[in-house]
Design a protein around this ligand. Structure first.
Ligand SMILES: Cc1cc2nc3c(=O)[nH]c(=O)nc-3n(C[C@H](O)[C@H](O)[C@H](O)COP(=O)(O)OP(=O)(O)OC[C@H]3O[C@@H](n4cnc5c(N)ncnc54)[C@H](O)[C@@H]3O)c2cc1C
Length: 242
């Protein structure tokens, strides 16, 4: 990811509250994970470098790659997946939460996530306290702001603002990173992670006119960015080979 717009290798401090049982399975992917003792209520601190993605420049870069490779972007709302075969013989159904209806898959469900954006007082390190019993808590600095999180609310569809939750997120994050105490609030974001009981569905089936193929790729929940390159390689294989 070096040199890709929006991708930044961030030092991360991850505070654990459960018993530390040795390096997590993903430690090798970081290349530099170290564990240190921590004062209660924490059990350990993990330090590592992780790629973080600022989505606006990154999505622009991805769209340019599609077009540079000869792709054409058409935006159209489909009522049924079958309509897509009017445009192409191979269709990838990557419709996120809408796949519940479009693919008639009752396992698809939202997991609401609430974030608060504040001005960046000069932070560069991500801090996570994901075991906080009051709610998943994290501080992710970006170049021009800091993302404060969060919530993880399975089955909740409401995307309306929620000042009490926003205030609670801010309080937890200021406790975690006191430098945030006076950072002006810039806004809040509420999103629905497109989750699926049993995990993502990445699978092909014959569909549409003879020889047509439908590749499903949805249900990535709170990890769609993390999984995107591996998943895209699998989708490409299914689209080309079946
Ligand atoms: C608060 C929050 C924090 C998150 N943090 C992380 C994180 O740290 N790391 C991570 O990896 N992931 C994270 N995620 C999850 C990540 O955002 C999702 O997994 C990812 O965006 C899913 O991508 P997708 O392309 O499958 O679905 P989407 O991004 O939902 O895209 C679906 C697309 O389908 C289109 N569509 C739907 N219906 C139709 C229709 N009828 N006709 C035409 N088009 C249609 C939509 O317009 C949309 O463009 C987070 C999500 C939230 C809400």
């Amino acid at each position: 990811g070096a040199g890709v717009p929006g991708v930044v290798a961030r030092p991360t401090r991850m505070l654990l509250r459960h018993r530390y049982g040795g390096p997590p399975w993903w430690a090798a992917a970081t290349g530099d994970l170290v564990a240190e003792p921590a004062a209660p209520p924490y059990t350990a601190t993990l330090r590592f470098t992780a790629p973080t993605v600022e989505m606006t420049p990154y999505l622009g870069w991805l769209a340019e790659r599609v077009e540079a490779g000869g792709g054409r972007v058409l935006r159209r709302r489909l009522r049924h997946l079958a309509e897509a075969f009017d445009t192409a013989p191979t269709v990838v159904n990557a419709t996120g939460l809408a796949a519940g209806r479009l693919a008639a898959d009752p396992a698809v469900h939202p997991v609401r996530g609430h974030l608060v954006l504040v001005a960046n007082p000069g932070l560069t390190t991500s801090v996570r306290d994901e075991d906080d019993p009051a709610g998943i808590t994290y501080v992710h600095p970006r170049r021009h702001d800091v993302v404060l999180g969060g919530t993880y609310q399975p089955g909740v569809w409401d995307t309306g603002p929620d000042p009490q939750t926003a205030a609670a997120i801010r309080r937890r994050c200021v406790t975690l990173v006191p430098e945030l105490a006076d950072a002006p609030v810039l806004g809040e974001r509420i999103g629905l992670r497109p989750a699926r009981h049993g995990g993502p569905r990445v699978a092909a089936e014959p569909a549409g006119p003879a020889g047509g193929r439908l590749v499903h790729a949805y249900g990535h929940g709170g990890a769609g960015v993390t999984l995107s390159w591996g998943c895209a390689a699998e989708v490409a294989r299914l689209a080309l080979e079946g």
